[in-house]
Design a protein around this ligand. Structure first.
Ligand code: GCW
Length: 688
């Protein structure tokens, strides 16, 4: 594919000539000098990226050789090299760690240069992308002085790609990795993807679905490992480590054993041998990602063992090679009885994993979804963050828009993620945010970070909806620096993707920031989830999950709606939080409106903090949300002529679909609650 949308945030559009001169870009960027004792692999990548990016923006390819003694140039290299050694001090070298960098302008008598230095070549690569981003967004570079490092070690993308080429919950075409049971072999596309990842600081990728089916089980078998190695080598060029999702029952399905019992010596030996073979092919292999005892996937429960036994089995096999196990906490009873009001799916992750805190090996990380249910439009934060103190953890987010409009609706998710990341667990008193728990800072854990389910596929624009690229970009930036605001990220992304015309920047920025609230309004009121069609999860269906066994109820009847999750009269879920948030959620008075029905079952006439009743809130937000969805179409139309036709039309047609579909949501939800409650709309609007 070609075209503007394919280039995403690496568009490197030509900058205005006057601007280039005014900012001195050309004089700094005429030459790239690479300094390093050994020409480490990622330095070559960094040099190539700088040369190509600069050529595209400035119209002239920089020279890639030259010395660092005189003239003006970019100087890239490791801080240990002769050329960069004197430019920084021990404190800074320490501060940037093994993935960070310094980016600094020097004006000296014989020479002026911008140094991009890291302790490692990987740091240099991230520094190069940082400089390119500054140029692309038109920032001054004359007095550059940046000292930066990522907040966390693991910044990972999980693909739910199957080897037949399909993508579970994928809304942007087919897999870029697989087709018909084998690797697709389009390594150029994979490389383009690796560039996009590295440019936002991501350093890990799991290429296959956590639901590991028969063919995918063989990814660790001898016949597929050469292709795995090929994929790994492409990602390696960009500092990204490859991981595989594995099937817990592999010893049986692949190894011909009669058991996969984690404590059985033959099973341990099998994993040790298979894993050693994986490392023979991929020496820097990242490790295994595992979904076990969840939604019919095999796991340690079959053998009466627990999740620590299961995870530690794989940890033992990976440890000699420096690999890690990422073990998912998405474990719950998916065949529950609605009459049983004590079983609450929201409780499940905490109930399963909290008692195991401290039992996991050092190279195990527990991967916890942001909310206790499953990537709904609005959920509270999983209480497992703050519940675990002696276990490595990683926050799992969903970039692919399974429940948030499936990339047909606009829904910029960064504000939602920010709420999760900034949530205060109170695990060590005030200030114990999820960000600190996930990075490992809170309890001084050796490993941690952020993972998210990819929203990309082989569509020409990667993400189906061109504006959905902002979510992928935003995840990478947040994983690098969780303190960034949703506004900053939106602004940066729009400039990189559409240029710096102030009208374009302001308009698209506003559209992005408004989009999650709009989506929430016409879909899910007050923390109610799951009002979607079963299986594919697209479109309104208020009782779609009400009468099945997945534990996803809202209990709406003619009197009221919501799930009582209080300690006093409900499932007790609210008590899984530490004191302050537990007390806030326990009482309907202090529970924030947007989560009220997640924690409480209340009559339709209950008055919210906003002053409206629940039923009136449902009507008002649905009318308002559908109207605002229409407003997005109008807003976008005003940008006609300012955006290339391909992207303009593609966004427009999706916004039009969204507006129609939002009206359907409005009508289905409003009429359902109007008939259930028998209470009319206070404003007498037409309800179908
Ligand atoms: O959100 C649900 C999805 C499943 C997914 C599962 C999970 C990969 O509907 O498609 O399976 O979560 O996270 O394991």
């Amino acid at each position: 594919p070609a075209g503007e949308a394919y280039k995403a945030w690496l568009r490197y559009a030509r900058l205005d000539r006057e601007f280039i001169e005014g900012n001195g870009y050309a004089s700094w960027c005429g030459t790239v000098v690479t300094a390093s004792a050994e020409d480490a692999a990622l330095l070559a990548t960094a040099r190539r990226e700088l040369a190509e990016g600069i050529e595209s923006m400035l119209g002239r390819r920089p020279q890639e050789s030259g010395n660092a003694d005189e003239g003006s140039f970019l100087l890239i290299g490791t801080l240990g090299s002769a050329e960069l050694q004197g430019l920084t001090d021990a404190a800074e070298r320490e501060a940037i760690g093994d993935e960070g960098y310094i980016l600094r302008a020097f004006e000296q008598p014989m020479r002026r240069f911008i140094a991009i230095g890291g302790n490692t070549d990987k740091g240099v690569l991230y520094g190069a992308f940082h400089l390119l981003r500054l140029l692309q967004t038109g920032q001054p570079i004359r007095d550059l002085n940046v000292v930066d490092r990522p907040a966390s070690k693991l910044r990972m993308i999980d693909h739910w790609d199957n080897m037949d080429g399909s993508v579970e919950r994928g809304y942007a075409g087919r897999s870029i990795f697989f087709r018909e049971g084998d690797f697709l072999g389009d390594w150029d596309r994979v490389r383009d993807y690796a560039r996009l990842m590295a440019a936002v600081g991501l350093n890990a990728v799991a290429i296959n679905n956590v639901n590991v089916h028969e063919t995918e089980t063989r990814l660790i078998a001898p016949e597929l490992l050469p292709s795995v190695a090929r994929a790994a080598s492409v990602f390696r060029e960009y500092g990204i480590r490859l991981y595989l999702s594995v099937n817990f029952a592999s010893p049986i399905q692949l190894g011909g054993l009669t058991t996969a019992d984690p404590l059985d010596p033959r099973v341990r030996e099998w994993w040790a041998e298979r894993t050693a073979d994986v490392y023979r092919h991929v020496p820097d292999f990242g490790g295994y990602l595992v979904k076990a005892d969840s939604e019919f996937r095999p796991g340690p429960f079959t053998y009466g063992r627990d999740h620590a036994d299961g995870a530690n089995l794989l940890a033992e096999a990976l440890r000699p090679h420096g690999g890690i196990v990422i073990w998912r906490c998405f474990v719950y009873d998916c065949q529950q009885d609605w009459r049983d009001r004590k079983t609450d799916r929201a409780r499940a992750a905490y109930d399963h994993f909290r008692p195991l805190d401290g039992k996991f090996d050092e190279n195990v990380i527990l991967q916890i979804k942001n909310g206790p249910m499953d990537f709904q439009v609005r959920e509270p934060v999983s209480p497992l963050f703050g519940g675990l103190q002696r276990t490595n953890q990683v926050l799992e987010l969903q970039i692919t828009q399974e429940y948030t409009g499936q990339q047909r609706h606009l829904c910029y998710l960064v504000p939602q993620w920010k709420e999760a990341i900034d949530f205060d667990t109170y695990a060590k008193g005030p200030g114990s945010t999820v960000a600190k728990a996930a990075t490992g800072e809170l309890f001084d854990r050796p490993l941690g970070g952020f993972a998210a389910v990819s929203n990309i596929g082989d569509d020409g624009n990667w993400t189906g909806h061109p504006l959905a690229q902002a979510n992928f970009y935003g995840f990478g930036r947040l994983a690098w620096r969780p303190e960034l605001s949703a506004e900053q990220i939106a602004d940066e992304w729009v400039r990189l993707t559409f240029g710096s015309d102030p009208d374009v920047v302001a308009t698209i920025g506003r559209m992005l920031l408004d989009s999650w609230p709009i989506y929430e309004k016409y879909t899910s009121p007050l923390g109610v989830g799951w009002m979607v069609n079963p299986n594919h999860h697209y479109g309104p269906n208020v009782d779609g999950y009400e009468y099945s066994m997945w534990g996803t109820y809202h209990y709406a009847d003619c009197h009221g709606i919501g799930v009582d999750r209080t300690v006093r009269t409900g499932t007790g879920y609210a008590g899984q939080y530490h004191d302050a948030p537990a007390a806030m959620y326990e009482s309907a008075e202090s529970c924030p409106d947007e989560l009220l029905l997640f924690f409480h079952h209340l009559p339709y006439s209950h008055v919210l903090k906003s002053g409206r009743t629940i039923i009136q809130h449902i009507y008002d937000t649905h009318f308002e949300g559908a109207e605002q969805a229409e407003g997005l179409v109008e807003t976008w139309r005003r940008l006609s002529g300012k955006i290339d036709a391909e992207r303009y039309e593609s966004v427009l047609s999706r916004l039009e679909q969204q507006a129609k579909h939002a009206a359907e949501w409005r009508d289905v939800v409003n009429t359902y609650f109007c008939r259930k409650s028998g209470i009319p709309d206070a404003h007498g609007r037409q309800i179908y």
